[in-house]
Design a protein around this ligand. Structure first.
Ligand code: F6P
Length: 324
């Protein structure tokens, strides 16, 4: 049956650029004569039948906005088989032939289950500030989150260098250190701590001591999921070894999830959103849309979820080489 009516949701952690992706989906569908239903609050709204009609004018003036006009949620009921059966029934009852799920790892795992178990025809769009989903070299929101964190680090450097202080700056990244790694290089930080690598605190102290001899400021970027337990714990461990250090901690937190998407994220969102619709028209399903080596790619859900995307190892070397 040709695609006539599709539904669209955003789920999990919101990411700047989700709105640009929604706009791309709605307008590409309109271009191809396909009706679009928006689902509020992610999978929660899918189970509760919270649907709205979306035409091309309903998505005006959102391309530049952070957050998601369809809202997001982490749904408990959708984790149950009954919840997913209700979700699939609601789609059928509304005459919807396919679903587009915009989100990160959790969202795509949910989509995978819905497709496998309930036979829903769907496509995922890779979107998370953490950049930790397979199937796309960069996920929607990552670039904006990095730029937001970077701006904060530049400001912290101003005050840190006025006092010769050490700042431990914690960025998001529960399981992966993409934001930490990329921003640490861009901010000219002295050290980075990421969940993927166990670092030696003594080595960190050695670097900071050398730096202190020159009376310079230092910035240590810490991913929230780092193996020492985050920026506060790490700062305490360093202070216990070097009581003379003047240390401050700054947790950037959810600041990184908001704000106007950068050009890179808007472009990514536009390309992926349009590709999701045109992929469905071409008969693709049960896969995640991303951009791999500059080209649109459709990766089977199981593969995209299982892929462990690694931080480029040369970046660690680069950071330590430049942070003299
Ligand atoms: O969006 C991803 C992420 O930002 C993680 O890095 C972070 O741990 C988590 O979401 C926090 O999200 P929430 O407060 O919505 O549970």
């Amino acid at each position: 049956m040709p695609l006539q009516h599709l539904a669209l949701l955003t789920s999990g952690g919101d990411a700047p650029g989700m709105n640009a992706a929604i706009r791309a989906v709605v307008r590409t569908a309109f271009y191809h004569g396909i009706t679009v239903t928006g689902i509020m609050d992610g999978y929660e709204g899918l189970v509760k039948n919270d649907f709205i009609e979306l035409g091309p004018r309903d998505v005006r003036n959102i391309v530049q906005r952070g957050g998601t006009m369809l809202r997001s949620a982490r749904s408990e009921v959708f984790r149950t088989k009954e919840g997913r059966a209700t979700a699939a029934k609601n789609l059928r009852d509304a005459g919807i032939n396919a679903l587009i799920c915009i989100g990160g790892g959790g969202t795509q795992s949910g989509a995978h289950q819905l497709a496998n178990e309930q036979g829903v025809k769907l496509i995922g769009v890779a979107s998370t500030i953490d950049n930790d989903l397979g199937g796309s070299d960069r996920t929607i929101g990552f670039d904006t989150a990095c730029n937001t964190a970077l701006e904060a680090m530049d400001r912290l450097r101003d005050t840190a260098s006025s006092y010769g202080r050490i700042f431990f700056v914690e960025v998001m990244g529960r399981d992966t250190g993409f934001i930490a790694m990329h921003t640490s290089i861009a901010a000219g930080a002295e050290y980075v701590m990421v969940p993927e690598r166990r670092e030696n605190v003594d080595e960190l102290v050695r670097v900071l001591e050398n730096r202190a001899k020159e009376k310079g400021s230092s910035i240590v970027v810490v991913a929230e999921g780092d193996q020492e337990g985050g920026a506060f714990k790490l700062a305490e461990a360093v202070k216990a070894r070097c009581p003379q250090f003047d240390i401050r901690v700054s947790i950037l937190g959810h600041l990184q999830r908001g704000g106007n998407p950068t050009m890179a994220d808007r472009l990514l969102a536009a390309r992926m959103g349009a590709a999701a619709v045109e992929g469905l028209i071409a008969g693709k399903e049960h896969c995640v849309v991303g951009i791999v080596k500059g080209e649109i790619a459709f990766t089977p859900h199981a593969e995209a979820i299982a892929q462990k995307k690694a931080i480029e190892p040369d970046l660690f070397r680069l950071l330590h080489m430049l942070a003299v």
